[in-house]
Write a protein that binds this ligand. Sequence first.
Ligand SMILES: Nc1nc2c(ncn2[C@@H]2O[C@H](COP(=O)(O)OP(=O)(O)O)[C@@H](O)[C@H]2O)c(=O)[nH]1
Ligand SMILES: [Mg+2]
Length: 359
Amino acid sequence: MHRFGIVGLPQSGKTTVFNAVTGAHGDTSFYHVGEHVSHGVVTVPDERLDALAKVLQPKEVIPSRLEFEDIGGVFAQLSGAERSGRGTAELRGVDAILMVLRAFESDYVPEVLGGVDPAREYAAMSQDLLLADLEVIEGRLETLERDLRKATPEREALLHEQQVLARCRRAVEREQRLQTVGLAGADEKLLRSYAFLTLKPRLCVLNIGEDRIADPPVPEALAGLRPAPVPMCAELEMELMDLEEDERAAFMQDAGLEEMSAGRIIGACREALGLRTFFTAVSDKLQAWGIEGGMTAPQAAGKVHSDMEHGFIRAEVVGFQEVLACGGFKEARSAGRLRMEGRDYEVQDGDLITFHFSR
Ligand SMILES: Nc1nc2c(ncn2[C@@H]2O[C@H](COP(=O)(O)OP(=O)(O)O)[C@@H](O)[C@H]2O)c(=O)[nH]1
Ligand SMILES: [Mg+2]
């Protein structure tokens, strides 16, 4: 399951967004500083899964899921406090970063940066993430220098690591995210081992006021971000989560809210990671799986079970449209629509896959 860490300045509405997306009830009283990390899981809505379920009639349908973590305190230093080591460590473990930017006016919620300025919040947080990475780079470079003064059989490898990190330091000093350094293969793996924060994909939620639902203000400086920032009136949507369906619909109409934002946030999360979906249908269980684009069939099998990756023999693949068009899996097989694919096959969005493996 892919994990998203929710970060933002104090009072930006992190917990409110977290509650609004996951249906949780985290503390949003404005004096509350989250010291612990809350976890919440959401299922990914998928019309293809629903359509397949209609045709295949499995006993059980399991959508893919995303996990969100409300991480308090990471950017506390921007408001004068210490950086929270715990929050930073937690953030290193996530797959992508969801930044909540305050775009709502309020008479009672304190403005941490002395005004409502989401573009500045974004810049300040980007800066903070770069600084956190710079600390790691410099710490490691110092250790390397010390180790290289001694005789060591790993000299070549350490020298190479030093070069890679020096390149990273130059990028960070120019305020470029490590994601833009463009390392590949073993060097990229090396970078991943540090869990750098600016190597992680990110997306923004603009927490807007109720009065701006009809025309959400997206600052020019953020308009070019991909995925595009998702505007959401988090406070309203959090309250709507607790209502019954018909009551909710009435309130939404009053507020001019056409749909809840969770769907668009989930879409942006998937876009940030470049996720694709494949399906499995084994022993009456139809299941959707989210994987990063570019994964091969054995890697995808590994998402289902590690034994299936290690013992991978081949994958029997059929596009979900073909199953729908033929009216069933057996029907698609009889019509010759199933393909046998090997180890190098790159899984495509919408594939229904049967993995063959040895135990
Ligand atoms: N007026 C208004 N207040 C909001 C909105 N979103 C959050 N708040 C309030 O802002 C305060 C801080 O929200 P919270 O989610 O706890 O922020 P966090 O510190 O980032 O977790 C709370 O009092 C919320 O009720 C919003 O869209 N409009
Ligand atoms: Mg909070």
